[in-house]
Design a protein around this ligand. Sequence first.
Ligand SMILES: NC(=O)c1ccc[n+]([C@@H]2O[C@H](COP(=O)([O-])OP(=O)(O)OC[C@H]3O[C@@H](n4cnc5c(N)ncnc54)[C@H](OP(=O)(O)O)[C@@H]3O)[C@@H](O)[C@H]2O)c1
Length: 284
Amino acid sequence: MVIWARSSGHLKAKYGPWAIVTGASSGIGREYAFELARNGLNVVLVARRRQVLNALAEVLCNLAKVEARVVAVDLSTSDAVSEIALRTFDLDIGLLVNNAGAAQYGSFLRDSFQFHAQVLNVNVVTPIALARYIGGRLCARRRGGIIFTSSTAAALIPYFATYASSKSCISNFAHLIGFEMRPFGVDVLCVEPGFVETEMGLLMVRDIDIRRLSHGVRPVSATRVAQEALGKLGVASILTPGWFPRMANAIVRLLPVDVRLRLFGGQIRKVMSAELRDELVPAE
Ligand SMILES: NC(=O)c1ccc[n+]([C@@H]2O[C@H](COP(=O)([O-])OP(=O)(O)OC[C@H]3O[C@@H](n4cnc5c(N)ncnc54)[C@H](OP(=O)(O)O)[C@@H]3O)[C@@H](O)[C@H]2O)c1
């Protein structure tokens, strides 16, 4: 539930006056937009669904009395960042929330290379390109923040080959540029959520019922992810929201890679839909 009482103003002072949120049309990104507006930051809302973004912008302007600008763009395309730059060059951006993500799961061979390349563009190439563009401005003004959205799948979960690899890459990148940018007053946070009940999360549960895994995956709300992440920005460099996923993620990373692959590979095969299992046969 969104409570429209203004908070202390800490986020606005440190990361305002404007924030860019990618993937703001649903799920975790929408919650980031609400939470930032509630804290008095103006927001640039980025995703493909223009009408959804326009409706959200109207709600934020009316309820939180902040400004909102919509940039409807496909983040898998090579001109996405120049389009965002063109539409935001006049704004004093203090925070970049790289949140948009594209899912891939099941047989790696089922999908075309073009599909895998699009997943990599949305999850890796464009977030890095945006960090390159905004990061320079943040370092020059000696204040700001960047949030990257990874996943617990970064710990190498089988049958999520391209998705999990994209998330490991972005986690490592977040840690490395966080180290470089800290002396310039720029806080970088890598968020590795477990299962979150959003459009993407529910799509995956339809095909791979991860709630039936023996170690018990419990969903965390998108609101909690956004609130915990904004609370930890500048305090920590990595976060898995929710105590249970946080503990599970920490334990999984202690296991050797081949143990993780055998353990999760076997379990995920068991809870896959029959269609996905059939597709695991190598394609010609
Ligand atoms: N849900 C989970 O269980 C879970 C777990 C770990 C990590 N994550 C990560 O959390 C982030 C947010 O996902 P979510 O769970 O909130 O899913 P979601 O509700 O499906 O939101 C995904 C967002 O990304 C945007 N997006 C996807 N492809 C895009 C493209 N090509 N161009 C522009 N925008 C695009 C979508 O907007 P449009 O469709 O309007 O373009 C949407 O706003 C992702 O990075 C995801 O990998 C999710």
